[in-house]
Design a protein around this ligand. Sequence first.
Ligand code: OOG
Length: 248
Amino acid sequence: MNALAERLDEATLTGRAIPRLTDAADLDVPAAYEVQRALIERRLARGERIIGVKMGFTSRAKMIQMGVDDVIWGLLTDAMLVESRLDTSGLIHPRIEPEIAFLLDRPVRTPADVATAVGGVAVGYEVLDSRYEGFSFTLPDVIADNASASGFGLGPWRRPQDAGDLGNVGLVMEIDGRQVAGGSSAAILGHPLRALTAAARLTRAAGIEMEAGWIVLAGAATAAVPLPAGAHVRVAAAGLGHVEVTTR
Ligand code: OOG
């Protein structure tokens, strides 16, 4: 597992894509999560801190775009949090997608804790950068690669009671003033809170407890789009405000 994690880590650090792990190794889903864990351990050894969880393939749009059909998860570290500027020069082939994010006020040990654990909701975006050549992978490959996580940004936190019905929030993403993606939070497992419940179930099965203060990205409602350098991206969600990022 460590050797595979090292290859993915090197690809991240050097910005050079690698062939899919499954081209040369027998990797099933449980083994892929072990590689992911080893990959995160390498980041922790460099001083990064886990600050949350990202869900992937929680919408049909993403499953169809990437040709996989299972919900997956990965871990977010503090180094992935983007403020308002992002240097894309070290990335391989970045893409960006709109997200709904949850902030946990309390630890989540079981899916039953989800109902009372959410302290904030925000519009956000995720920057994906598959470490595989051609942004092409099988399910175990993308799991090992921490679900293509690269960076993420967040709009202002709203209290859940002020955020309105999260079951049908309109999301719009613009690059340089042109709409490049649009959808509804309903595309995320029918309701983005279901992604949080799925995160609780899957992390629990993996022996990870989601802590107070953690952020959970529910997964994109739309397909991801290529993120060029020198772009201004704005993601807005009805009732949640917006978040912007400028790339170079
Ligand atoms: C994998 C990550 C998918 C989502 O929101 O569905 C994901 C990928 O598409 O590279 O984060």
